[in-house]
Ligand binder design. Structure first.
Ligand code: HXC
Length: 510
């Protein structure tokens, strides 16, 4: 018996060493942790249950039959994060560069199937060189089957990808179909084809970082939702994120105990809006002052910063916050902001996370750049997302809510449940000056007349009361009471149940 136990330990030790100490050292020299070190940081202590540690590839081409390493380049299993079950797979770069073989794919699929069957989130840690070149079509097939599972799980369980090293070729499309992608700065990159292929095909010279580093994907392409300084920070932030998310589309959102009183008043909010309507203020100040313990997990903060989205809690319960940001482009809605927010709203709706929307929007951004870039279709995405959402929707208009953007931003007309406005709200078709210049064009040469007409337009329309008189705004609230009012509204909406008409799926303007 002792011999058997010794043999088991020996096999385990060999498997745990992956591609060997030399390659582990090389991994560390590059500032990266190994797959198992990452998992240890991600999961609760001693909670990891590994599967398929002894799996080896079955390739016999290119002398591969003599090169077998147990685990075959990916570490898979399940564990807990703050006591809640998650499934995890982590590419092991020390084994064939983490490349995907048929058996490697089978290990991932097993975990994907279990996560879906048991309705728990799945987290993938990527650090790999794409398809195992020696395996050819078997590797391609393996990817296809992983992709299929990503799609079936979409909207049922949260799927999270963290890019922690190279991520190229087939490896990029699985993350692309998950809910969120996070990256580690300077050590990770993501592209379909690398710099060498780019040079051959387009003659363009570009580094890996310039082509697909975190600095690009969190700002320009919007592929990644956030970058972290190193592996440790990335893993700890994933633990924080998971605390905001429900386990599946039928489970309740997690509730975290909080000492932050639901009725807390925030007097400083009464002076948040500057006297001058064209002066910006930071919407994050409002968000952090309203939510529990100022804890806000922002998504895509470096992309389309004219809209702010992220997770927070009110009375311990997760909410999705969507807010125009007056500090950037006056909070205007453009194509990027619309796409960013639409995807976030749809994630929240998939997973029963109530939406809290703060509105200060001067409209959609005009210009050929935007129109040629499909502003109509992209703006429609956000409109569609808010309109189809059946989760509780609480909206607060702080200042401007002009034109179509008023409708889009979770207004009463697209099933906003509780719509509040601050006394400083201006709900109108457009700003007073623009409106007067159009309806009183004949007086354009008379600045005094125009000023007088502008003032009277402002008095009549640039306030919350025209909308409130019609019931489009449920109440005009004091800024200091915002947390209290939102919290009460969310409590009132706890048992909300509405269903959209049966359909196979909708046809959101992609
Ligand atoms: C097999 C691979 C591999 C791969 C790396 N290795 N990529 N083995 N298949 N795809 C092995 C290397 O041979 C090496 O083995 C070890 O991993 C580390 O690789 P290095 O090149 O030494 O590391 P580094 O210099 O850091 O470069 C990392 C890399 C590079 C940028 C990822 O290895 C690379 O370009 N690999 C190929 C990428 C690629 O073209 N993949 C196929 C994409 S096509 P030893 O034994 O020396 O440690 C694809 C199509 C799928 O994925 C489409 C599905 C939709």
């Amino acid at each position: 018996m002792n011999d058997i136990l010794t043999e088991l330990e020996k096999r385990r030790d060999t498997a745990r060493l992956g591609g060997g100490q030399k390659r582990i050292d090389a991994q560390h020299e590059r500032g990266k942790l190994t797959a198992r070190e990452r998992i240890d940081l991600l999961l609760d202590e001693n909670s990891f249950e590994e599967f398929d540690m002894y799996v080896e590839h079955r390739c016999t081409d290119f002398g591969m039959e003599d090169k077998k390493i147990p685990g075959d380049g990916v570490v898979t299993g399940w564990g807990t994060i703050n006591g809640r079950v998650v499934y995890v797979f982590a590419k092991d770069f020390t084994v064939f560069g983490g490349s995907l073989s048929k058996t490697h794919a089978e290990k991932i699929m097993k975990i994907q199937d279990m996560a879906l069957r048991n309705r728990a989130p799945i987290i993938g840690l990527f650090d790999a060189g794409g398809a195992r070149i020696q395996e050819g079509v078997d590797a391609l097939g393996g990817y296809g089957e992983v992709f299929q599972r990503n799609v079936l799980s979409s909207g049922v369980i949260p799927q999270i990808s963290v890019i922690m090293g190279p991520c190229a070729g087939g490896d990029v499309y699985s993350p692309a179909m998950t809910d969120f992608i996070f990256m580690v700065e300077d050590t990770s990159y993501m592209f379909v084809t690398g710099p060498e292929v780019v040079k051959t095909v387009t003659n363009e010279e570009v580094t890996s970082e310039e082509l697909g580093g975190a600095s690009i994907h969190t700002t320009k392409s919007s592929i990644a939702d956030k970058g972290y300084k190193n592996d440790v920070e990335a893993m700890l932030q994933m633990r924080r994120l998971m605390d905001f998310l429900p386990s599946n589309n039928q489970s309740d959102v997690p509730v975290l105990p909080t000492s932050d009183g639901a009725e807390r008043l925030e007097a400083s909010l009464d002076s948040l809006i500057p006297e001058n309507p064209n002066q910006p203020y930071d919407i994050r100040e409002l968000i952090t002052k309203v939510v529990d313990e100022r804890d806000f997990f922002e998504i895509q903060e470096k992309f389309a910063a004219n809209i702010v989205v992220g997770f927070a809690r009110i009375e311990g319960q997760t909410v999705g916050v969507v807010a125009n940001q007056p500090m950037v482009l006056a909070g205007v809605l453009d194509s990027d902001a619309s796409r960013k927010a639409a995807r976030f709203v749809r994630f929240c709706d998939c997973f029963n996370i109530p939406l809290v929307t703060f509105v200060d929007v001067p409209g959609f951004l005009p210009g050929t750049d935007q129109e040629y870039g499909g502003l109509i279709k992209h703006g429609a995405k956000l409109l569609f997302a808010f309109a189809e959402a059946t989760v509780p929707k609480v909206t607060v208009i702080t200042r401007k809510a002009y034109g179509g953007a008023y409708d889009v931003m979770s207004s009463k007309h697209i099933r906003g449940d509780v719509n509040y406005a601050w006394p400083t709200a201006e709900i109108a078709v457009m700003g007073a000056k623009g409106a007067v210049e159009i309806i009183h064009r004949k007086d354009a040469g008379d600045p005094c007349k125009i000023a007088e007409l502008t003032k009277s337009y402002e008095d009549r329309f640039c306030s919350p009361f025209v909308a409130a008189e019609r019931g489009y705004i449920d109440e005009v609230i004091l800024p200091r009471n915002t947390r209290k009012r939102i919290s009460r509204a969310l409590n009132m909406l706890k048992n909300k149940k509405i269903e959209n008409p049966w359909k196979k799926h909708d046809n959101i303007p992609l």
